[in-house]
Design a protein around this ligand. Structure first.
Ligand SMILES: C[C@@H](C(=O)O)C(=O)SCCNC(=O)CCNC(=O)[C@H](O)C(C)(C)COP(=O)(O)OP(=O)(O)OC[C@H]1O[C@@H](n2cnc3c(N)ncnc32)[C@H](O)[C@@H]1OP(=O)(O)O
Ligand SMILES: [Co+2]
Length: 134
């Protein structure tokens, strides 16, 4: 089911500071910030030769990363995003196997304009999984 790692996400309390750190201290190439109200986050992608790192800052009152940042005020690794060829087939297979798909269960359009879904971290060894159809 799983293809490549699309990105690894880090929740941060201050996106500007995180961008400056990746750009100026780590010498990384960083995309412009993009606000995604439907996801409750503002994102920046650090572009690496083999994958991307997604820096996430909460957006709005009901951000899904707010509680995570309360527990991890300095920030922390938030999710890993795997590519799949057919997200509805992957979802149905996972549901049949007893995994919890978060939200409504219907894919949303993610940061790359492609459908995404999230799987509960308690079902996958404490790691929140995002699936992205490519
Ligand atoms: C734009 C898009 C893209 O890339 O295209 C994105 O990435 S958007 C990225 C942002 N969007 C999302 O994350 C959407 C999916 N996420 C969610 O629905 C939520 O964040 C949940 C995963 C359900 C967690 O919500 P919340 O923290 O409010 O609930 P909660 O406090 O009840 O957490 C339930 C338990 O899961 C743990 N928990 C929470 N977030 C976790 C994480 N990221 N990794 C590992 N464990 C995590 C909590 O510590 C708690 O464990 P204990 O009970 O042991 O304390
Ligand atoms: Co993501």
């Amino acid at each position: 089911m799983l293809g490549r790692v699309n990105h690894i996400a880090i929740a941060v309390p201050d996106l500007k500071a995180a961008v400056a750190s990746y750009r100026d201290r780590l010498g990384a190439r960083v995309s412009p910030a993009e606000s995604l109200p439907e996801h409750g986050v503002t994102v920046v992608f650090v572009e690496l030769p083999n994958t991307k790192v997604e820096l996430l800052e909460p957006l709005g009152e009901t951000s899904p990363i707010a509680a995570f940042l309360q527990k991890n005020p300095a920030g922390g690794m938030h999710h890993i995003c795997y590519e799949v060829a057919d997200i509805l087939q992957a979802r149905d297979q996972l549901l049949a196997a007893g995994a919890r798909v978060l939200g409504t269960g219907e894919p949303k359009i993610g940061a790359h304009g492609k459908p995404v879904l999230f799987l509960h971290p308690k079902d996958f060894f404490g790691t929140l999984i995002e699936l992205e159809q490519v």
